[in-house]
Design a protein around this ligand. Structure first.
Ligand code: CP3
Length: 351
C-alpha cells in the first residue's frame, strides 16, 4: 500500500513537507547484496524472475530510505523482442551483434507486444505493487539514446554513425524514430496499466546534439511519446545528460518533469523551462566521493535553491557510480529529507 506520495506530489508541483529523494541506478553494483545476486544470475536472469527482480528493486528503498522505487531493468530489455541482438558487457555497456545500417534494417524491426514479449516485466510490477509503500517508477530509453546503441553497435564517444544516418538517410532515421516512439508508448502504457505510478524516459546521450538537430530530428517523436501517455494521468520525467542548451526544448515535450545534471544551476534550469515543468537533479555523482562536509554543503545548496518554487525531486545528475559507499547515499538521503523539511517548515512560518 502506498503510504508515501511526496515524490508524486513534487512531480505534480503540489505542496510538499520536504523534498523527495531517489537516485538513478539506485539498484546496482555498489550494493553488496546486488553483487552477491549477480554472482549466480546475469542481469537478464534477474529481470526474467519477478520475485528476484522485485527484491533487487526494493533493495535501495529498504537500505537508503528513498521516496521512490525504480523498476529494475535496463533500457535494452524491450529491444530483444523487436529483433535487436544485444549483450550487456561489464564496465562497457550494451553491445549489438546486428547494428542498424540502413532502411532495410529498420524495416526488419518488429513491433512489441508487452504481454507476450515481456510478461515477466509486467509480473514484476504487479508483484511490487503488493510490496511497496513508495511509488514505483516505470521507465524506458528514449528513441535517440536507443537508436545510438542500435546504430553504433555499442557505446560511442561522438555518435558519428548515428548523426550520419540522421543527416544522410532521413527516411531510415524518421522510420526508426517512429518505430521506437511506438515501442516506447506501448511499453510504458503496459507498465502503467500493470501498476507503475510514474514513468521516466532516459535520453542519456541526446545532449550530444545541436539544438537545431534536436528540434528537427528528435523533438517531434518525444512530443508524440508524452502525448501518447497523457490520458493515463501518471506523472512523467524526461532525463538527459549535458542537456543545458536543450532545456527550453525539453520543457516542450509534454513531460511533467525534466531531469538536469550538475552542469546547470537550478535557477538557470528554471528560467530555461519557464515554470512549465518540475525539475529533478542534480548532484554530481562524483561528489559522493568527497569528504562528508563537502557533500553536505553541496546538497544544502541544491535544497536552498530548489525550495524557492514547488516541483523539485532531489536526485543525482546521472546514475550512481558502482564504487560509491552505500553509507554515503544513506546519509545523503537522510540529510536532504531532514534539511529540506526544516527549510520548508521555516518558510511556512514566515509566509
Ligand atoms: O536505476 C535503477 O536502479 C534501475 C536499473 C537500470 C539499469 N539500467 C540497470 C543496469 C536503469 C534505469 C538502467 C538504464 C540505462 N541502461 C541507461 C540510462 C541511464 C543512464 O545511466 O544513462 C543506459 C544508458 C543503459 C545502458 C547500460 N546498461 C549501461 C551503460 C550499462 C553499464 C555497464 C557497466 O557494466 O557498468 C548497463 C548495464 C546495467 N544496467 C547495469 C545495471 C545495474 C550494470 C551492472 C550489471 O551488469 O549488473
Amino acid at each position: 500500500m502506498l503510504n508515501n506520495d511526496v515524490f508524486l506530489r513534487a512531480l505534480r508541483r503540489e505542496k510538499v513537507e520536504r523534498l523527495p529523494v531517489w537516485y538513478m541506478r539506485q539498484a546496482g553494483r555498489y550494493q553488496a547484496e546486488y553483487r552477491e545476486i549477480r554472482k549466480t544470475h546475469t542481469l537478464e536472469e534477474i529481470c526474467l524472475n519477478p520475485a528476484l527482480c522485485a527484491q533487487v528493486t526494493r533493495l535501495p528503498v529498504e537500505q537508503l530510505g528513498v521516496d521512490a522505487a525504480i523498476l529494475f531493468s535496463d533500457i535494452m530489455i524491450p529491444l530483444g523482442p523487436i529483433g535487436v541482438q544485444y549483450s550487456l558487457v561489464k564496465d562497457r555497456g550494451p553491445e549489438i551483434a546486428n547494428p542498424i545500417r540502413g532502411l532495410s534494417d529498420v524495416q526488419a524491426l518488429r513491433p512489441i507486444r508487452p504481454h507476450m514479449d515481456l510478461p515477466h516485466v509486467l509480473a514484476t510490477i504487479q508483484l511490487l505493487k503488493t510490496q511497496l509503500e513508495v511509488p514505483l517508477i516505470g521507465f524506458s530509453g528514449a528513441p535517440f539514446t536507443l537508436a545510438s546503441y542500435m546504430i553504433e553497435g555499442g557505446p560511442s564517444r561522438d555518435y558519428l554513425r548515428t548523426k550520419t544516418m540522421m543527416h544522410q538517410d532521413p527516411k531510415a532515421w524518421s522510420l526508426l524514430m517512429e518505430q521506437l516512439g511506438e515501442l516506447i508508448v506501448t511499453y510504458l502504457r503496459a507498465q502503467v496499466k500493470a501498476g507503475a505510478d510514474a514513468v521516466q524516459v532516459f535520453d542519456s546521450w541526446v545532449g550530444s546534439l545541436a539544438p537545431v538537430d534536436y528540434r528537427q530530428h528528435v523533438l517531434p517523436v518525444m512530443q508524440k511519446i508524452f502525448a501518447g501517455l497523457q490520458d493515463l494521468g501518471v506523472p512523467s520525467i524526461y532525463f538527459g545528460v549535458n542537456t543545458g542548451e536543450l532545456l527550453g526544448d525539453f520543457a516542450e515535450v509534454g513531460a511533467s518533469a525534466v531531469g538536469i545534471d550538475w552542469r546547470v544551476p537550478i535557477p538557470v534550469a528554471r528560467q530555461r523551462t519557464q515554470g512549465k515543468v518540475a525539475l529533478q537533479g542534480n548532484l554530481d555523482p562524483a561528489l559522493l566521493f568527497a569528504p562528508w562536509p563537502v557533500i553536505e554543503e553541496r546538497a544544502r545548496a541544491i535544497v536552498d535553491e530548489a525550495v524557492a518554487q514547488p516541483g523539485f525531486v532531489f536526485n543525482l545528475g546521472h546514475g550512481v557510480l558502482p564504487q560509491v559507499n552505500p553509507e554515503v547515499l544513506k546519509n545523503l538521503t537522510r540529510f536532504v529529507g531532514e534539511y529540506s523539511g526544516r527549510v520548508i517548515n521555516a518558510r511556512k512560518e514566515f509566509a
